[in-house]
Design a protein around this ligand. Structure first.
Ligand SMILES: NC(=O)c1ccc[n+]([C@@H]2O[C@H](COP(=O)([O-])OP(=O)(O)OC[C@H]3O[C@@H](n4cnc5c(N)ncnc54)[C@H](OP(=O)(O)O)[C@@H]3O)[C@@H](O)[C@H]2O)c1
Length: 244
């Protein structure tokens, strides 16, 4: 367990998946939690499982929304941004709009949101971004997703230098995690995907949102940790890929 007593943590992406699990774990360890994402309904549902949580909706891709969100924020100790969207497709076929939409939601949105939150972050606080293992081991049809994850990781390194020593900046890079992100898939196809990926990993299974969340709590609370991209991936980096 980590100690977040008297700490305020804002989680953009806290309405589902890993972000919600970060919120639950931080509240368990004493934090006051603010949950953000676009859907007020999702945030209200999520808040029922996070003792004392407040909600503050934001669309990271909308400058006016980010401005209003920032103005309403209290002082923060930690900002976590797990919110994103993903677009898969062959290099030759992926529509430009899908690629740009993903960069808006996963890079420019977190960039603008973290920058807006800066004045609200107390000295000694931290920012935690989320990338994904495709940055360094892209699979087939994942060129855009790999590239956006790489951009988030480079931003992490650069901001750790630029914002230190006032703030620490880290990044969690998950491998495949059972989460709401795959909620749109038919159940049978989703379970098949989890099973096939799990078989290829040294741990023999895909991860849980709780395992990813504990990594976020580690980088938030460990005060000698900055500029770190932490893989929580069941050994994805050393797994065997099929050739085709
Ligand atoms: N799950 C995995 O297997 C996996 C693997 C590699 C990397 N990751 C990364 O880990 C992070 C968390 O993933 P997850 O599985 O928890 O995803 P998730 O359950 O799909 O959550 C993403 C959240 O982002 C919010 N969001 C999307 N666009 C937004 C915007 N423009 N402004 C504000 N909020 C926005 C969504 O809520 P609203 O609809 O309410 O806005 C949603 O709650 C992501 O960065 C993801 O790329 C996940």
């Amino acid at each position: 367990m980590t100690d977040f007593t008297n700490k305020t943590v804002a989680i953009v992406g806290g309405g589902s998946g890993i972000g919600k699990a970060v919120a639950m774990a931080a509240a368990r360890d004493g934090a006051k939690v603010i949950l953000s994402s676009r859907s007020r309904d999702k945030l209200e549902t999520s808040a029922r499982d996070v003792p004392g949580a407040e909600i503050a909706p934001v669309d990271m891709t909308d400058a006016a929304s980010v401005h209003a969100w920032q103005a309403a924020l209290p002082e923060l100790d930690h900002l976590v941004i797990s919110a994103s969207s993903a677009a898969h497709g062959r290099f030759a076929d992926l529509p430009d709009d899908a690629l740009r939409g993903m960069f808006d939601a996963k890079f420019f949105g977190p960039y603008a949101t973290a920058r807006a939150a800066l004045p609200k972050l107390r000295e000694g606080g931290s920012i935690t971004f989320f990338s994904g293992v495709l940055s360094r081991r892209p699979g087939l049809n994942c060129s855009g997703l790999g590239a956006v994850n790489g951009a988030v990781e480079c931003l992490t390194y650069a901001l750790a230098l630029e914002l230190g020593p006032r703030l620490r900046v880290n990044c969690i890079s998950p491998g495949m995690i059972r989460s709401d992100a795959y909620g749109g898939m038919p159940e049978a196809a989703r379970e098949e995907m989890y099973a096939a990926t799990g078989e290829s990993l040294p741990v023999g299974r895909v991860g849980t949102v709780e395992e990813a969340a504990e990594a976020a709590l580690f980088v938030m609370s460990n005060t000698y940790t900055t500029g770190l991209v932490l893989d929580v991936d069941g050994g994805h980096m050393i797994r065997q890929y099929a050739t085709r």
